[in-house]
Design a binder for this molecule. Structure first.
Ligand SMILES: *Cc1c(COP(=O)(O)O)cnc(C)c1O
Length: 376
């Protein structure tokens, strides 16, 4: 938690649940990534947190943007970004959305299938397109499995076809899964892309860009490697597979930019046990999976908590949200422990909650309003 957030919580005591995000921290994270990967161009993955305050700060820093929908493209342009700074990176787009983005000047689009290429050729003629290939997601705490990307052989054919269809076969991309804690995942993916890149060049395709996607991890409950370790591994692999003919390098960080810039301030609603002698207490908060903590699904992302009693004796807990749905149980198997003194009415902070929280909040399940947001 940054000093500015701590001060805000103490002074304002905002109603809970709410997110408090320090926009200066977003800037620091952007600069840290820039210095770890000075040769890469940063496209912020807007879906992590599309708040205009974040987008505007990043526009001011010269960031580019990875948008996943027409609505995100529009939000980024409204925040002052130039159309040339926008990549429409979802490989699954409605044709009407492609047309809308193209009409506003966007000229960079992702694809991973022939069907998408046909839409792009019709509705975004002449644009730069890049093909996303399937890579391993091992080591990612929030993996993306096989939903996006295609096999290398198909990517090769589609890149050739893109040129024939009047598009500019600009580059290749991958995404190693989010909260990727293993630098080797990038090295393996770069090796795979490097081979295809060379093949395409030899086939006469004017491919110029490699997009390394997102995934750069942040600290939740457990330590993760420093961003410089990712920068070193990535640049080592790029040098190994591309020599000194480096292509344009693009990265698409989302979580790394936004997550540790914010905390969620919540309230303990109830502390109970299922039997008198049960060692495990149930701690119910006023935010849960439907309030925005969607990434606790499968206990994948393990948030760290701060309480007013930190340092006092702790015991085992199951942590749950306030709604009447049993899937609104956050952590039952991950050995969470909280202070024995914790009681209803205590405020509790959920750390590093700036990414993938606010927009996941439901409209009003059980009548609970979406999370309030404060950008400071
Ligand atoms: C979600 C996503 C990102 C951002 O991932 P993070 O793990 O938040 O860095 C980047 N690129 C693509 C294609 C994505 O889908």
């Amino acid at each position: 938690m940054t000093p500015k957030i701590a001060q805000f919580l103490a002074d304002v005591q905002p109603a809970t649940p709410c997110l408090v995000l320090d926009v200066d921290r977003v800037e620091q994270n952007y600069r840290r990534l820039q210095s770890a990967l000075p040769l890469a161009r940063i496209y912020y993955a807007v879906k992590a947190n599309p708040a205009p305050q974040i987008l505007e700060r990043l526009v001011g820093l010269g960031s580019c943007f990875d948008a996943a929908s027409w609505e995100e493209v529009s939000a980024v342009l409204d925040a002052g970004a130039a159309a040339e700074a926008v990549s429409y990176g979802n490989t699954v787009k409605k044709e009407s959305a492609i047309r809308a983005a193209y009409a506003r000047g966007v000229r960079m689009f992702a694809f991973d299938s022939e069907g998408e290429l046909e839409k792009l050729a019709r509705s975004a003629p002449g644009s730069r397109v890049y093909c996303r290939i399937l890579v391993g997601n091992d080591g990612a705490e929030w993996p993306l499995s096989r939903k996006f990307g295609c096999e290398v052989e198909m990517a090769r054919e589609l890149m050739v076809k893109a040129g024939e269809m009047g598009l500019d076969p600009f580059g290749l991309s991958f995404h190693v899964g989010s909260q990727q804690t293993n630098t080797a995942a990038y090295e393996a993916a770069i090796a795979k892309v490097g081979m295809l890149f060379t093949d395409l060049k030899e086939a006469g395709v004017n491919v110029r860009m490699v997009n390394l996607g997102g995934g750069y991890p942040v600290r939740y409950r457990a330590e993760v490697p420093e961003i410089d370790a990712f920068g070193d591994a990535i640049m080592g692999a790029m040098a190994k597979h591309f020599g000194n003919a480096l292509p344009d390098i693009v990265v698409e960080p989302g979580r790394f930019i936004a997550a540790d810039a914010a905390v969620v301030s919540a309230e303990v609603v109830l502390v109970s046990r299922k039997a008198k002698d049960d060692p495990v207490r149930w701690v119910y908060l006023d935010i849960g999976r439907f309030g925005g903590l969607a990434e606790t699904e499968g206990e994948a992302i393990k948030y760290a908590f701060r309480t007013p009693h930190d340092g006092a004796e702790e015991g085992p807990v199951t942590i749950a949200g306030p709604t009447c749905d049993s899937t609104d149980t956050l952590y039952e198997k991950s050995n969470y422990r909280l202070p024995e003194k914790l009681q209803p009415g205590d405020r509790i902070e959920i750390l590093s909650a700036g990414a993938y929280v606010t927009t996941y909040a439901s409209q009003g399940f059980n009548g609970f309003a979406p999370l309030a947001e404060h950008y400071i």
